[in-house]
Design a protein around this ligand. Structure first.
Ligand code: URA
Length: 209
């Protein structure tokens, strides 16, 4: 059963509005997306298991919480995923990072992989797959399938905005991968843009177009 979490926090809602606003310039867009990503990383890692270990403070010994279990790997779907990666690494700087590059074949409209670099021990890690826009859901689903092939058993997907169509496609293909999003927008338009959305996330991050 697929779980979809819409992150609900006043700071996040405010910052998403800044991202959506077409007047927000590139540098500000990048900075705000980084701040949102850090907030999202905080929520996505909420259920990481802890164990107690023995340490000594400068004053006395104590049992203290310590992260237990799978280490993290953040996998960015190029290129816009890199805009989310930075904020996540602000919160979990020791996480490993993987990259997947996909383009859409104009004839078949199916995602084709052109780049893949993953840590060799990725199968032992909890993977947080990131792409700012869950639009058709095809790239995210293909990336998740590729990670499965690499042996990944624990995975979460994080985006800034999702279209209902993208959620349906992704969760249909990967019902066991929890989805975390900043908002679910109204629809996908005929050009594959999320409405009302924020435009082309890659162009907004990098000032291209
Ligand atoms: N990719 C984007 O960058 N924006 C959209 O609205 C949809 C897909």
């Amino acid at each position: 059963m697929a779980t979809i979490t819409v992150l609900d926090h006043p700071l996040l809602r405010h910052k998403l509005t800044l991202l959506r606003d077409k007047e927000t310039p590139t540098g500000k867009f990048r900075q705000v997306a980084r701040e949102i990503s850090l907030l999202m990383a905080y929520e996505v890692t909420r259920d990481l298991p802890l164990q107690e270990i023995d340490i000594e403070t400068p004053l006395e010994p104590m049992r203290a919480d310590y992260l237990l279990g799978k280490k993290l790997c953040i996998v960015s779907i190029l290129r816009a995923g890199n805009g989310i990666l930075e904020g996540m690494l602000d919160l979990v700087p020791s996480a490993r990072v993987g990259h997947i590059g996909l383009y859409r074949d104009p004839a078949t409209l199916q995602p084709v992989q052109y780049y893949l670099k993953l840590p060799s021990d990725i199968a032992d890690r909890l993977v947080i797959l990131v792409d700012p826009m869950l639009a058709t859901g095809h790239s995210a689903a293909a990336a998740a399938s590729r990670l499965r092939q690499a042996g990944v058993t624990a995975m979460k997907f994080v985006c800034l905005l999702a279209a209902p169509e993208g959620i349906a496609a992704f969760t249909g293909a990967h019902p066991d991968v929890p989805v975390f999003t900043g908002a679910i927008d109204r629809e996908l338009d005929s050009h594959g843009y999320i409405r009302p959305g924020l435009g082309d996330a890659g162009d907004r991050f990098y000032g291209t177009r």
